[in-house]
Design a binder for this molecule. Structure first.
Ligand SMILES: NC(=O)c1ccc[n+]([C@@H]2O[C@H](COP(=O)([O-])OP(=O)(O)OC[C@H]3O[C@@H](n4cnc5c(N)ncnc54)[C@H](OP(=O)(O)O)[C@@H]3O)[C@@H](O)[C@H]2O)c1
Length: 243
């Protein structure tokens, strides 16, 4: 039976993914910092969906542990979903390098570090699927969140390069570009309802993208059009907008 590895498994999007994949017969590796919560999620999935589910300690900021973390998995996962991320506080990041660096590591370098280990194994094995949850924020830097956005831009480019490298090795890479999602990350923010996805929209779209071998998905699809417009606003106008 197939295993899916979910990195950042306490996130609302990850919990929805865990249920969606388990309901479709996947065993679960639930990796994250809070193993207490992960153990509860694992036994819930085990009871509800009758699949194997294991909670695993994983910290995206501890890059030196990522290779051995991946090597310890037996059997290896057929699908790896990288969900973790940190929105951070743009203004704090502008003035405090520690905060800024944490946002960059949590969205970019931490993901690169763990996915390098996964990708090398999948390449040697000539099979596997890697899913990276990036963001539309990575498509154009805006004053309100360009530290987070630039880290996601890096992650999007990384996933694109990985797909380009691994396609000949039968390894599929999916880039997920959500707009707003109704989760803990956006708690307290006033989000426009028609543009806001629920975690279940993401989990269903991710499973479908894995099954149908899609490369880049926007959730919700209207964001593809919105970002097309945003990317094409001339810089002379864009720089004067308060975005
Ligand atoms: N919400 C949105 O509007 C939105 C929009 C576009 C993209 N996204 C992206 O979607 C993904 C899921 O986010 P979400 O909305 O579901 O938010 P969330 O519920 O706040 O989830 C963030 C997750 O990242 C984990 N995480 C943070 N730092 C970590 C670290 N050092 N090591 C391991 N795990 C770490 C958190 O774990 P802890 O429980 O240990 O804190 C949590 O599970 C993120 O990549 C986010 O950037 C979100």
């Amino acid at each position: 039976m197939s295993y899916v590895l979910i990195l950042g498994a306490t996130s609302d999007v990850a919990v929805a993914c865990a249920h969606e994949f388990a309901a479709n017969g996947y065993n679960l590796y639930l990796a994250g910092r809070d193993t207490g919560t992960l153990n509860i999620l694992a036994s819930d999935a085990n009871i509800r969906h009758r699949v194997e589910a294991k909670a695993l300690k994983f910290d995206a900021l501890q890059s030196d542990t990522h290779q051995s973390f991946y090597e310890s998995l037996n059997p290896k996962p057929d699908v790896t979903i990288c969900v973790f991320g940190l929105l951070g506080d743009q203004q704090r990041s502008e003035h405090n390098w520690t905060d800024c660096e944490k946002v960059i590591h949590s969205n970019y370098t931490g993901a690169v570090s763990v996915l390098n280990a996964v990708a090398n194994h999948y390449e040697a094995n000539k099979s596997g699927v890697i899913v990276g949850v990036s963001s539309v924020a990575g498509e154009r830097g805006r004053q309100s969140n360009y530290i987070y956005g630039s880290a996601k831009a890096g992650f999007t480019a990384y996933l694109s390069g990985l797909r380009n490298r691994l396609t000949k090795s039968n390894v599929h890479v999916v880039t997920v570009k959500p707009g707003f999602i109704n989760t803990r990350m956006t708690e307290g923010l006033k989000l426009p309802k028609p543009l806001t996805a629920e975690p279940e929209h993401l989990s269903k779209a991710i499973l479908k993208a894995v099954k149908k071998k899609k490369d880049v998905i926007y959730v919700l699809p209207v964001w593809r059009l919105i970002m097309l417009i945003i990317r094409n606003i001339p810089e002379g106008i864009f720089k004067k907008l308060k975005l």
